[in-house]
Design a protein around this ligand. Structure first.
Ligand code: KG4
Ligand code: ZN
Length: 334
């Protein structure tokens, strides 16, 4: 069979990225231009600044990716682009770029859902095996998904309010660490002890999550400690917080794995880079003889390699968009 090369484009938040992936599994070249340093001083992503930075970077990142792959646009079989969900101005830059390339080079245009990209980041490590349960944890999402085959996404539950990554970043602000707080809290937790008492949120039988209560509990704790003239121990708070997050995520995920009788589990999304979450899932999966795959740390957060991988299966299934494709800030995974 002829090899299929997909050019992936990702610009849904603050990373401008292009990647070329062969046959859905073999990464040829990827370039990611992160805007974290630009947004750091504001303590979060500023949408207007993000879209402008994408516009400034996009052609350079494309050129660098083609150069790295030693390929030309003519060698590409299809263009896969994140059309949503995400920041609308940021998405627009990637989608317009994809449409222009598709028109200029007469290539098929394949729309990719950002979350399916995060799921398929695992496909670059090892071909997905079905049926599986995927836990998607990122700055904007917290979802448990059941898949029986490629592109068959059944949502079992999700967050009712804040996403896990959002909660990490907000707790990061409370303890005054730089944006994004997630990786910093993860680091602090490795040297802290579980000394603070925080509630396990939405501790019920559903597959839904809630993180706004946990965030408020951390804010209240910080206020109370300040009023008492106590200094907050950042490492201990990080460890106490992370333990609660790990307990919440693993409990519901392992329940889904048992109920749906699957033997395969994958983690996905930016928060999948978290060491505490990885090590607990590894321990539980080994104990219960469940095959598990985690995305590489590099491709846990936003990148175009995952979009190109997911785009390959969308392409094979005949999913296409025409030049009227518009980005959408909020859209269900399908
Ligand atoms: O997937 P992603 O790049 O963007 C979204 O699609 O949302 O995820 C970014 C999120 C941020 O909230 C960041 O703090 C979090 O992933 N994150 C982490 C870690 N690395 C990134 N959270 C906890 N521990 C980490 N090691
Ligand atoms: Zn993402």
């Amino acid at each position: 069979m002829k090899d299929i090369y997909i050019l992936g484009i990702e610009s849904s938040c603050d990373e401008t990225s292009f990647s070329i992936v062969k046959n859905g599994t073999d990464e040829i070249a990827t370039v990611i231009s992160s805007q974290i340093d630009i947004h750091k001083k504001y303590g979060g992503v500023v949408p207007e600044i993000a879209s402008r930075a994408h516009i400034k970077n996009i052609t350079f990142v494309l050129e660098e990716c083609l150069e790295k792959a030693n390929m030309k646009m003519e060698d590409i079989d299809a263009i896969a682009v994140t059309y949503g969900p995400g920041l609308i101005g940021s998405l627009l830059v990637g989608v317009e770029c994809a449409k222009t390339l598709a028109y200029l080079y007469n290539k098929p245009l394949v729309p990719v859902h950002h979350i399916s990209g995060h799921i398929y980041a695992n496909n670059l490590i090892k071909r997905l095996e079905f049926p599986l349960i995927a836990l998607v944890i990122s700055g904007g999402h917290t979802e448990l998904i059941y898949m029986q085959k490629d592109y068959d996404f059944q949502k079992l539950g999700g967050t009712l309010d804040d996403a896990v990554g959002e909660c990490y970043d907000k707790v990061g602000r409370v303890i005054n660490v730089e944006y994004p707080g997630g990786p910093v809290i993860d680091r602090l937790a490795t040297v802290g002890s579980h000394t603070y008492d925080l509630p396990i949120p939405l501790n019920d039988d559903s597959y839904n999550f809630s993180f706004s209560g946990l965030k408020s509990a951390v804010i209240n704790l910080a206020h109370n400690e300040a009023q008492r003239g106590h200094e907050l121990n950042k490492e201990d708070l990080a460890k106490s917080f992370q333990d609660v997050v790990v307990e919440t995520l693993t409990k519901k995920t392992m329940k889904a794995i048992k109920e749906y009788q699957v033997k395969n589990f994958i983690l996905a999304g930016g928060v999948a880079a978290n060491k505490g979450i990885r090590s607990k899932f590894q321990e539980l999966c080994e104990e219960n003889k469940i095959n598990y795959t985690f995305p590489s740390i590099k491709y846990s957060t936003d990148n175009a390699a995952m979009i190109a991988s997911s785009g390959y299966y969308a392409y094979i299934l005949g999913r296409r968009a025409d030049l009227t494709l518009n980005p959408v800030s909020s859209v269900e995974l399908k």
